[in-house]
Structure formats: C-alpha cells, structure tokens
Write a protein that binds this ligand. Structure first.
Ligand SMILES: *Cc1c(COP(=O)(O)O)cnc(C)c1O
Length: 371
C-alpha cells in the first residue's frame, strides 16, 4: 500500500478553500481511514499552518491516545459518544469529548474533578442523523442543564451537528438539518462564544453557505469522492506482486468453487494478495480488474484469503513473477480509482479503505523537505 501524503495535503487544502478558509479538524479515526494514523497526523502537523489545523477528530478515546503517542499536543475531539468507563482515560490524555446527554456531562465533570484539571467538551446536536446528540428541538431545556452540570469544571467549547445526506444530488435535507441546528443554537444559554461545526467533506465542498468556524473533512482528503462533482487526487494505491505466472491448458479451473474454467490455453498470474488483506472478496464476481504493465486484466475465479488470480492472456510480451499488479491506483496510462472498486462491490470508498489490512506494508511518499 502506498500513500501519497502530498496529494492528501492538497486534497485537504482544497476542502479548506471551498470552506472559505474555515479551520480544519481533519478526521483521522479508523487509523486515518486505513492509511495510517501516525504518518498522516505527523505530515499534517508538519505541513499545515497553526491557524489552519484547529485539531484532529477521532471516534474513540484510544485513537486520541494514539495521537498523543504520535506527538500531537493540540486539540483532539472524540466525536462519537465514549462509553463512561473511558472518561478517566480521556481526561488523562487531555481529550475533548463530544457529549450527547446530561449524565455524560456530569460524568465528564467528575473526571475533571478527579484529574484536577478543567476539561473541554462539545455538545452534539441531533438534527436527523439519529445516532448521537441532544435533540435539536429541546435545546432550551438541555442547554440550561448542560451549562449547570458543566459549572467551572468544564469548558463548553463547541456545538456541532452531522449531515446524513450531504453527498447526495439533492441538498434539501442538509438545508433542513442546518435550519434545525441554527434554531437549536439560538435556544442555548448565553455564554462564552462556542465554536460551531457541521461539515464533513461533502458539505464543505458542496454547500457554499454556512458551515461553521471549523470543518471536519475525512474521505475527500483520503482520495474518495464526496458526492457528485467532487474529484479528489488519488492518495492510496494498492499493489501486489505476481508470485507465479503459468500457461494453463483449456479446461483448467481456478479458485474455491472452481467458478472459472479456461476455454483455451491461457496465461494466469497469481497475485500475493487476498481478502485477508482487505481486497473485497466480492470484487471477483463483480468484474474486478488489476493493472499489469499499465493495462487492465480481469480477476478470475474467487479471491482467496492470500491469493488472487488474474488472466494475463491478452497482455503483449513477457510477464514474470515479481512484476507488479495494481488493484487500486495508477500504472502508466491505466488507473483504477478507489471509488470504482467500491461501486463494483456495492459499497463506499470508506469501507474499502478502512478494510485494507494490517498485513499490508504501508509506504509513504512525500516531497523531500524544501522541495
Ligand atoms: C467521519 C466523520 C466526518 C468525516 O466525514 P467524511 O464524509 O469522511 O468527510 C465528519 N464528522 C463526523 C462526526 C464524522 O464521524
């Protein structure tokens, strides 16, 4: 797996430009969408101006701890509701939690008292996503209780919501969510100005209007499309070597279930990669392809855990064991985008990227300093 960190940074800068210079809370949850938390975070820390990088967003306390280990001392917002058992750890790591109920605010205040520090939190406001957040319509009631429960132990730093359909052609539902969000904000008690954020990649890129002070991009930075009309630079490539190249006679079967049989003499190549690396098993039956010597060749038979067979018969010239096949990425004139693989498998680029396994060595490309 190759990760082009400079392309990742350029994609992120495009999001910031579209969001009219809003500060960035890049989402690095799920091991930076499978690309590698520490290398991605370190590259952004080293490359982004202080005022641009407002913090990092993660989904779990453990991911916040991993960011600390990677050397990040700035803000870390845990955007998913943390189980109460993890609050003490969150406090020790100095994380900022997203809270969705009064009991959680009290728990976080207890953690602050125990740790002897003031801790920050954001309130999520549920405007239709339904998985977390205080109900938007009842902001007047919970707003008062949150301020009370926070007291002096906690800093109520921000408020946010999350769009469920900002990557769809019709943005009407996002407009409606924003309206509910703004109405809720207006009902909250006065206090020090709270930071407001709403936008994932799709919303930041596709909704020109209000997005808040900060945006929370993920997929676009990592090279996945974020709805119609958004085309990022490719970031992640997935390559495997041919372990074996053979000529097979007609009637040869391949893979579990023997779902493919050669009709003539064919030349097959066995790639040293499989679903154990996160190459979706479904890809084979869905017309999956690889690039070899810059040209597309079909995957044949079922994908095994550790091996995948491609038909090289149509390639001109020699193909040898050790030659490289590209499952995602560019090779000469050919390109297979992560969104193409996802569409074939009936899923989204997020699932393909986060599914790429730990067995894959990850190499990071960046321009040398000063270049
Ligand atoms: C994952 C996530 C994002 C990023 O979404 P993308 O679609 O990947 O840009 C933003 N906000 C929250 C709360 C998230 O969980």
């Amino acid at each position: 797996m190759e990760v082009d960190l400079d392309a990742l940074l350029r994609n992120l800068r495009r999001v910031r430009q579209a969001a009219r210079g809003a500060a960035l809370l890049p989402m690095v949850k799920a091991n930076a969408y499978g690309l590698g938390l520490a290398p991605v975070a370190r590259h952004l820390m080293a490359s982004l101006e202080t005022e641009a990088l407002w913090g990092f967003g993660v989904a779990a306390v453990a991911e916040g701890e991993a960011l600390r280990e990677a050397g990040w001392r700035g803000r870390v917002v845990v955007t998913a509701p943390a189980p109460p058992g993890e609050y003490a750890r969150g406090a020790r790591a100095g994380l900022t939690l997203a809270l969705s109920e009064i009991a959680a605010v009290r728990e976080w205040a207890d953690a602050a008292r125990d740790a002897g520090t003031r801790l920050a939190f954001h309130t999520e406001i549920d405007t239709g996503m339904g998985r977390a957040g205080f109900p938007a319509a009842e902001a007047a009631e919970w707003g008062r209780s949150v301020a009370e429960a926070a007291g002096d132990l906690l800093e109520w730093e921000g408020c946010f919501t999350h769009f469920h359909s900002a990557d769809e052609a019709d943005l009407a539902s996002a407009d409606a969510q924003e309206e509910r969000f703004r109405a809720a904000l207006a009902l909250l008690p006065e206090g020090p100005r709270r930071v407001v954020h709403t936008s994932n990649s799709a919303a930041a890129l596709r909704r020109a209007g209000f997005g808040g002070d900060v945006v929370r991009p993920g997929i676009f930075m990592y090279g996945g499309e974020a709805g119609p009309g958004t085309r990022p630079e490719a970031v992640a490539s997935l390559r495997a070597r041919l372990g074996l190249v053979r000529r097979v006679p007609p009637g040869t079967t391949v893979g579990y279930g023997a779902t493919y049989t050669s009709r003539r003499q064919e030349r097959w190549g066995t790639l040293t990669i499989g679903y154990g690396d996160g190459l979706p098993r479904r890809l084979a039956a869905a017309g999956g392809e690889a690039l070899v010597h810059g040209r597309r060749v079909p995957v044949i038979g079922r994908i095994s855990m550790d091996m995948t067979v491609v038909d090289l018969s149509e390639l001109p010239g020699e193909v040898r064991a050790g030659d490289v096949a590209t499952l995602i990425g560019s090779d000469g004139p050919g390109e297979i985008r992560v969104d193409e693989v996802a569409a074939r498998c009936g899923t989204i680029s997020y699932e393909i990227l986060t599914g790429l396994g730990l067995r894959l060595p990850r190499t990071y490309r960046r321009a040398p300093a000063g270049a």
